[in-house]
Each structure stands twice: as structure tokens, then as C-alpha cells.
Design a protein around this ligand. Structure first.
Ligand SMILES: NC(=O)C1=CN([C@@H]2O[C@H](COP(=O)(O)OP(=O)(O)OC[C@H]3O[C@@H](n4cnc5c(N)ncnc54)[C@H](O)[C@@H]3O)[C@@H](O)[C@H]2O)C=CC1
Ligand SMILES: O=C(O)C(=O)COP(=O)(O)O
Length: 536
């Protein structure tokens, strides 16, 4: 008998499959205090949550029986996925099941904002008749900027079009073709700032999107812009938003999500030009039934047949092949992470070439680790080895994998190339017997670099004194160099330098480097799972 704990308010009819199943018992305890959850979690095989339960590393400490955490919804930012993975707990979610509800709430928010409906209701319902206080604006012929053109962003764009709005879409994965077929304009964040009358946010909350809408961005927006956030708190910097509302730069904001929930930021919540809801995007009868039904069915599948379709964190690894691929697995993800950082934008095509011994194996798992490394840059923790291919296709990225059992100088060698509108980046790598993983090619230059956490990539002219000038500039910032590699196309021509550093090189360091004579370009590259150098 498997014991399931439901720790948020989840639809009973959606959970019916679990209630009816002879092998499962379900305990529903919504609103459980963290200290209590931490203790009772040790009795359960699966946990079902919405956004309220914070599944922290501390909570998971005692979760020794727990096999599955099911998020009855999309965002998994309330779950410490890394801690769960570390404990071997599968995290699943229900992507798509609440898309329509979240898109419809966004439309309701946009219309309420345009016509001050909540404020007008509050006034009229206490007997006032303030017709002159609530003059609104039309949506018709206004420009809507949609930041994040995934499932919800796309549904919002489609609905807003039917109101006669002009749509600007921004998403690193939005192509011109897809934008054309949706009847909207592919735009940059800056285009949206300059042209949009309404801006709506539909990205996940990840490193790249935290504080995306901040003082600097709001300074660039149109006077009187209106902003809607039904995605995640923290994407908009709340303090910056209050400042922009007070100055009148932002005419109004409609918020369903907050930096901390429940929010106590009364300056924002009580602002006369702000309308708020308590994270209601997915709170409809239909969405709640669908998310609960999807996760219930999947939990049964996992326990009964070990098959997983929406895991956020579960690598599928098969015995014999896994042994042979094992030394390349972390390296593959690092190659993806480096290639996307070098390309600096989402690819529209990726190419992977395997040579030598590796080419004789089933390399699907390795291909997935590379794709995971690439996509996690924009999609965060939602990408895993299971959903990597699916997400790549979803984002419209084409891929080619080729295999050649002839060796290319190394027993096994793999090369990853990313393309986008004529631009490309590439990484070649191998595992040296006894020495471990090595990056041996970067953007077509031969190098020999250990994939450590902090790397510096420099393009320069092959002139005397360059190494010394780079070294002393880094020294000025108290940055120790681990290793330094130089690769050049021809003597006196274009060259690259790749350094491993003992700490982060921030933008001040990069700026100081780029003023060095003969240095064309410097970029700091980060590999969170890099090989940490042993310090003496
Ligand atoms: N308020 C609520 O109750 C609900 C909120 N949500 C939230 O809405 C958000 C979107 O959900 P879905 O559309 O289902 O996800 P999705 O994964 O289909 O779409 C997210 C999109 O954001 C894009 N993106 C990533 N980084 C970006 C950046 N820096 N700039 C622009 N775009 C970027 C991705 O490429 C992707 O296309 C999530 O944060 C989710 O948690 C979802 C359901 C209900
Ligand atoms: O699915 C999501 O990402 C949501 O934000 C919905 O949250 P909820 O399940 O309503 O707490």
C-alpha cells in the first residue's frame, strides 16, 4: 500500500483515480505547518502539492520513503528540485493542464486594469456614484508586449488579437516563422519597452528572469504603460514597480503573483493603481480537475509500471550503455552550457557529431545531456534528460546527430555546434584516460581546457604581450588564474585565449579587459557543475 500526502487544496474529483485505487491511501492535510510536514513526511511514498507548500531541503531531510513529489500545476519553484534529485525523488508536474485558466485570468486582469473595474466596484458597492473617477482606456489598437511566448503567453496573444490589439512577442525561442504564423511581431525586450501600452509577463522564474522588470527597464517603457504579471513574483522588482507607479511612469499594474506569498507588501497591494489577486491563475474548477487528474494518473503509472512522462528531474539511465557513457555525461551537459553561453541567444539548429569508440554506442543519453545543458539556460530546472528532446522540438529547434566510428585524434570525440541566423558556436570534447574530461575545441580553435566552474574566453589579435596584459588585469582584480590556453588560426592573426579562474569575473573585470589594446572580446563563462580544481 502506497501512502500519498496531499498538502495543498487539491480537487477531490481530480484525485478520484487515487482514492479508488486499492494500492493507494490518500491523506489530505492542506495548510500543514512546515515543522509538522517535516515530521510526517517520513511516512509517505508520494507528496502532492500546489504552489503553497514549500518543499525545501529541510523538509526533505526526513523524507526517506518519498519517491515522488507531484506538482499539481506548472511552476516547480516552490520545490527544491536539486535537493529532491539528490535524494533520488522524482519530481513531476502537469504542464499545460492550467494554461487556459492562466491565460483567461490574464485577460481578465488586462480588462480590469484598462477599466479600473475593482476600484469602481469598491466605490459603487458602498453607495458612491463616481462616474468621472473611472475613465478607462480601450484595448482596441493598443500594443501588447508579451514577454515569454510559451503555452500561456501564446494563448494570451491569441485572445488579445481578437480584441484588435497589436502584439509584440519576446521569447528567446520565438522565430520569425512562428511569429508570422501566429500573426504577431517578433520583438526584443527593448522594442516592447518602447512600443507597448500593456506588458504581460509569462516566463518561468529563473536566474535570467529574476528582476527582469526593474528600475532600468521601467525607465525605458512608455509613459503610462500598464503591466500584468500572472506568471511569478520576483520577475518584476516590486520596489521598482512601486517607484514607477508613484512617478506615474506606470499607469497601473495587475498582479496575481508576488515576491513572497502571501504578500505583505502593503505599499504595493494597497496602491490605488494596482489590482491584485491571491495567485488565482490556476484556480478554476476545470484547471484544478485537470492538474489533479494528470498527476494522479502519473503517480499510479510510476508506482505500478515505473514509466514516467512528466518528470522534471529524473534521468533515465540504462545499465550497460550507461557504464560506457558515464565519463561523458557531466561533460555533455557542460558542453551544452558552454555552447549556449558562447552563442548568447537561443539556437534554431543544433548539430552533434560523435567520432571513434563513442560513435559505436547508443548515445541518446549523451545527446540528451547536451540538449539539457543548452535548454536549461532559458528554461531552468524544468528541463531534464527525459523531457529534453521534447522541449527542444517544442521550441522549434531542429537537430542533427551524426556518428563516425573513425577516430578523430582521440579514442572518443564529440563535437556540438549551435546555429542561429548565420551565427554559430561550437565545443569539441573528449575524456582522456587518467586525466578526465577536456574541452579540446572552442569556436573552431584547438584548446585543452578542463571544464572548471569559472572560465574566461577571450578573442584577440596574436600580438606580443597579450598574455601578460590579461594576467596583470586579472591580478588587479585579485583573480587568480588556474590555467591559460592560447589558440590561433595563424601567426599574427586572430587568436583566442581560454583561462580557468579561481573566482567569478564580473562585468567590471570584463570591461577592464576589453580596453586592452588588441583584445577584441572577453566573456566570462560559468559551469555550475564544473570540475572544482584542488587547491593546495
Ligand atoms: N498565476 C498562476 O496561477 C499560474 C502561473 N503560471 C506560471 O506562468 C509561467 C508560464 O507558464 P507556461 O506558459 O505554462 O510555461 P512555458 O514553459 O510553456 O513557457 C515559458 C516560456 O518562457 C520563455 N522564457 C524563458 N526565459 C525567458 C526570458 N528571459 N525572456 C522571455 N521569455 C523567456 C521560455 O522560452 C518559454 O517559451 C510560469 O512561470 C508558470 O509557473 C502557470 C500557471 C498558473
Ligand atoms: O501552475 C502554476 O505554475 C501555478 O502557479 C498555479 O499555482 P497553484 O497550483 O494555483 O498554487
Amino acid at each position: 500500500m502506497y501512502k500519498i500526502l496531499v498538502s495543498d487544496a487539491i480537487s477531490d474529483s481530480g484525485l478520484k483515480a487515487l482514492y479508488d485505487h486499492p494500492n493507494f491511501t490518500v491523506d489530505k492535510k492542506p495548510g500543514l505547518p512546515a515543522e509538522e510536514l517535516k515530521i510526517i513526511i517520513q511516512n509517505y511514498d508520494a507528496l502532492i502539492v500546489r504552489s503553497q507548500t514549500q518543499v525545501t531541503e529541510e523538509i526533505l531531510e526526513n523524507a526517506n520513503k518519498l519517491q515522488v513529489i507531484a506538482r499539481a500545476g506548472v511552476g516547480v519553484d516552490n520545490i527544491d528540485v536539486k535537493a529532491a534529485t539528490k535524494k533520488g525523488i522524482i519530481v513531476i508536474n502537469a504542464p499545460g493542464a492550467n494554461t487556459i485558466s492562466a491565460a483567461e485570468l490574464t485577460m481578465a486582469m488586462m480588462m480590469s486594469l484598462a477599466r479600473s473595474i475593482p476600484q469602481a466596484h469598491a466605490s459603487t458597492s458602498v453607495g458612491k456614484w463616481e462616474r468621472n473617477s473611472f475613465k478607462g482606456v480601450e484595448l482596441y489598437e493598443k500594443t501588447l508586449g508579451v514577454v515569454g511566448m510559451g503555452k500561456i503567453g501564446t494563448e494570451v496573444a491569441m485572445r488579445a488579437k481578437s480584441f484588435g490589439m497589436k502584439i509584440l512577442g519576446y521569447d528567446p525561442y520565438l522565430t520569425e516563422d512562428r511569429a508570422d504564423s501566429l500573426g504577431l511581431k517578433k520583438a526584443s525586450l527593448d522594442d516592447i519597452a518602447q512600443e507597448a501600452d500593456f506588458i504581460t509577463i509569462h516566463t518561468p522564474l529563473i536566474k535570467e528572469t529574476r528582476g527582469l522588470i526593474n528600475d532600468d527597464y521601467l525607465a525605458k517603457t512608455k509613459q503610462g504603460v500598464r503591466i500584468i504579471n500572472c506568471a511569478r513574483g520576483g520577475i518584476i522588482d516590486e520596489a521598482a514597480l512601486v517607484r514607477a507607479l508613484n512617478s506615474g511612469k506606470v499607469a497601473g499594474a495587475a498582479l496575481d503573483v508576488f515576491e513572497t506569498e502571501p504578500s505583505t507588501n502593503l505599499e504595493l497591494l494597497g496602491h490605488p493603481n494596482v489590482i491584485v489577486t491571491p495567485h488565482l491563475g490556476a484556480s478554476t474548477v476545470e484547471a484544478q480537475e485537470k492538474v489533479a487528474h494528470e498527476v494522479s494518473e502519473e503517480i499510479i503509472e510510476i508506482f505500478e509500471t515505473q514509466s514516467i512522462s512528466h518528470a522534471v528531474n529524473m534521468p533515465q539511465i540504462s545499465g550497460e550503455t550507461h557504464k560506457k557513457l558515464q565519463p561523458f555525461i557531466t561533460l555533455g551537459e557542460q558542453m551544452g552550457m558552454l555552447a549556449i553561453q558562447l552563442l548568447k541567444e537561443a539556437p534554431d539548429n543544433i548539430e552533434i557529431n560523435y567520432f571513434g569508440e563513442l560513435a559505436k554506442e547508443n548515445t541518446d543519453l549523451l545527446t540528451r545531456t547536451m540538449v539539457k545543458g543548452i535548454l536549461s539556460y532559458h528554461l531552468g530546472d524544468t528541463v531534464n534528460l527525459i523531457n529534453a528532446h521534447h522541449l527542444l522540438k517544442d521550441q522549434g529547434v531542429t537537430s542533427n546527430v551524426s556518428k563516425n566510428p573513425k577516430s578523430k585524434g582521440f579514442a572518443s570525440y564529440v563535437e556540438l555546434t549551435l546555429y542561429r541566423d548565420g551565427a554559430k558556436s561550437n565545443i569539441g570534447a573528449t575524456v582522456l584516460n587518467g586525466y578526465g574530461a577536456r574541452i579540446v575545441k572552442m569556436n573552431d580553435y584547438r584548446v585543452d581546457v578542463r571544464p572548471e566552474p569559472y572560465l574566461l574566453y577571450i578573442k584577440h589579435h596574436d600580438i606580443p604581450g597579450m598574455i601578460g596584459r590579461v594576467g596583470s588585469t586579472l591580478g588587479d582584480f585579485d583573480i587568480n588564474i588556474g590555467t591559460m590556453q592560447v589558440g590561433r588560426s595563424e601567426v599574427g592573426g586572430e587568436a583566442i585565449m581560454v583561462l580557468t579562474l579561481d573566482k567569478i569575473a564580473d562585468k567590471d573585470v570584463i570591461h577592464a579587459l576589453t580596453v586592452i589594446r588588441g583584445l577584441e572580446y572577453a566573456q566570462f563563462l560559468e559551469l555550475p557543475n564544473g570540475v572544482v580544481p584542488v587547491m593546495s
